[in-house]
Design a protein around this ligand. Structure first.
Ligand code: F6R
Length: 243
């Protein structure tokens, strides 16, 4: 595992975007695994700049997103589909037919998850998976538990995750209680993993995840076992890590 320290959020966003850009340049028809949340916003802005400069072509790129809230439609401004469209896809030349997000409107979890697993398989797996990290160590919406679910599954979001995400909703009662998420095996099978983290509030979990034991109670800790995992984080997020 490689840990790259950036001085602040802007620098980490540039470093992360450069890694993703090099993936797209080296393999123009690559499969990108994408994340939502606050962490990747700067990275996506940088990628849009790369595209606007004429230095990056997404026309043959395929994407699979990590997760989606169960019950939200694509046009709901809190859905992850909406997030991806507005923060990245509509600004670049990716073919929307090549973008994939779990179907939050499918009420039957088994159908939604098996369809998404089939999509991931049909694109041939993930070349580079971008991840954020939750305060409880979740990656995607794989919450701390006694075991790691392998494939796409429906999760009951933990109170801490609902609390962390309420900032995006009118009230905490509006935060969906369930989500569909890619499983740990799928994430671990990505050829490359890039995890980004920013801010002092992430410092304790960064220490636990990357310097503590590998345990499903800290789902991100399993990335210590990935053969090609890069962590890009700012000084504040790494402030409790001995580097
Ligand atoms: C988002 C996702 C989550 C976030 C995590 C961190 O698709 O899967 O695991 O990456 O909750 O969120 P932020 O970046 O908002 O701190």
């Amino acid at each position: 595992m490689k840990i790259m320290k950036a001085k602040d959020y802007d620098e980490l966003s540039r470093k992360a975007a450069n890694i993703i850009a090099s993936q797209v340049i080296m393999k123009p028809d690559c499969v990108l695994g994408l994340a939502t949340g606050s962490s990747p916003l700067g990275t996506y802005k940088e990628l849009i700049d790369w595209y606007n400069r004429g230095d990056l072509d997404f026309s043959n790129v395929k994407s699979v997103n990590l997760d989606e809230y169960k019950g939200l439609t694509r046009d709901n401004d809190q859905s992850y589909y909406y997030f991806m469209y507005n923060n990245l896809f509509k600004h670049i030349n990716i073919d929307m037919a090549n973008t994939n997000v779990p179907d939050g409107t499918e009420p039957d979890s088994e159908t939604a998850c098996s369809k998404y697993n089939a999509i991931i398989e049909s694109v041939g797996g993930i070349d580079l998976q971008l991840l954020g990290i939750g305060h409880n160590g979740h990656i995607g919406f794989n919450e701390p538990a006694d075991e790691c679910p392998k494939l796409t599954h429906c999760v009951d979001l933990q109170a801490s995750t609902i609390e962390a995400n309420k900032r995006f909703f009118a009230s905490i009662d509006d935060v969906p209680k369930q989500a569909y998420t890619m499983g740990i095996q799928t994430i671990m099978q990505a050829k490359k993993v890039l995890l980004i983290a920013s801010g002092a509030d992430k410092a304790p979990i960064m220490k636990a995840a990357f310097f503590g034991p590998v345990t499903p109670h800290v789902p991100a800790s399993i990335l210590q076992l990935h053969p090609d995992c890069t962590v890009v984080a700012d000084e504040a997020a790494l402030s409790q890590c001995d580097l």
